[in-house]
Each structure stands twice: as C-alpha cells, then as structure tokens.
Design a protein around this ligand. Sequence first.
Ligand SMILES: [Zn+2]
Length: 302
Amino acid sequence: MKKISLLLATLCVVACNRHINHPPKMAHFSIPFETNDNKTLTYHEAIACYEKMAAAYPNMFHLSKVGSTDSGEPLHVAVLNTSGEFDPEKIRQSGKRILLINNGIHPGEPEGIDATILLLRDYLEKTALQKALEHLVLVIIPVYNVDGCLNRGPYSRANQDGPESYGFRGNARNYDLNRDFIKCDSRNARTFNQIFTTWLPDIFVDNHTSNGADYQYTMTLIATQHNKLEAPLGQFLQETMLPELYADMEGRKWEMIPYVDSPKETPDSGIVGFCDYGRYSTGYAALWNTIGFMPETHAQAI
Ligand SMILES: [Zn+2]
C-alpha cells in the first residue's frame, strides 16, 4: 500500500509543478491499516473517510455521487483541487492537468482504496506537499466495484496471504469490470464511461494487485503502450515520463519493473508486454489519448 502511495505521489510530482496553499485545520484521519497491516477498509468505512475529508476541507475537496452500479449504489467521485474549482470544463480551461485514480475494480486487490486515502490525507494536511498540485487536479473513484467490495470475506483469493478480509472480484452480476470498459454490460461500466468522458483525464491510474505471478519485485507497472497514443504524447510517455517514474521509485528504494505476460503458462516460454485492449482500463484510456497506468502490487503468496 505504501508503494502505491509512493507511485501516486511520484505521478503527481512528475505530472505537475509547484505551489503552496493554506488549507483550514482538520482532524487527523486514520485507517485500520495503520495499526494492523492485515486490515483494509470496508466500503462504508472508505466512503465515510471521504465524507469526513470533504466536510473538513470544502474549499479544496469535493465529493459527489454519480450514476449507479449493479449493486444499486451510486459511484462516488472525489475531486481535490487546491484552487477550489470543481467544474471539469472550468478546470480544463484553467490549464490544469487532470489525474483520474480508480480503486477497487477488483476488491480483493484493495491497496489502492487505502493508499489513496493516505495520499489525500497527506495533501490535505501537509501544506508543503501541495506545491505538487499547482497544475494538477486529482479526481478519484474511491471504490469502483462497489458490489464486489460489499461482498466481503477471507476466502476468495486462496493463493493470497492476507488481508484478513477483502472484497470479491466479480460485481453484483459477476462481471469482471476490468473486461467491461467498452462492452459496458455492467451499470458500473456505463457510469464509469460517464465519469471518464466528463473529466477526460490526462492521466488515468487503475490500482491492482498481481495475483497470477510470483514477481520478485513489490511493484510492477503496466503503462499504456506508447504507440497507441498520438505521437508527441506517446513519445513523452516512453522517453520522459516512464524513465522518470522508474528512476524515482528506485530512488525511493521501491524499484518497479514492467508487468509482463508469458506466451504459455511459465516464463520458460519467454515474456511479452501485456497487450491492453480496450476492454481493459489502460487500453480504454488510450482510446481517449489518455496515458494509462495499472500498478500491480505484489500479492504476498502463501
Ligand atoms: Zn486486478
């Protein structure tokens, strides 16, 4: 979870520049992970955190409900903008870049839900860090697969050691939402499309945990394939942004490697880059010429 926080913080620094703001005083928010690293927030605990932050910082943090999901619950969208504007069109006109973070698409991979709250808490409470948000607005879906997050238990990821309780991969109708971005069989995906096309983010981060391979590195990363993006943007991603992200994470002692696939079941058959078609989050983002990242933190295998 700390690794996702670091990567998100790094993205904010790389994606924008400097400024100081002076937010109002607020109470300290804590989450269960900080006293027990085998615990993650439930859906209702996570939303309660966002509601408290929005109430404490109305001038820079805004929370709203959008559309519906197959669970019947709406999606929440949080916006952190140090200059206090929450209208997407006006934000774009101001020249600020928009970073959209999606959490809990696979609720058994919950780190992003917790890590984003810790990141937000840092930005809200630590004035000096807000210089990273001078030219950047964070837009956050706290939990995308609300349905799966409500379907909580300890047994659906048998090869994963912890946390002690977590959500289920499928949504209320058992769709894997990370296969549904352009197909839109789920209400979740239809609402997501509404959110994405409202905000049209410059960068999109979809937080995951790797559960299919025993990587030696804690943090792996799928980036949009650069040649899917318009040439200047793809070139910027490949030649500037990715080298900076990898170097920064190495400097923070959490070296990343690219998330790879193997043509057959084991790496003996070789390794290939992950091909993110439009039904996956980063492939979907590329359809809108948005840089997409899928951090996959390593699941501690049993
Ligand atoms: Zn996943």
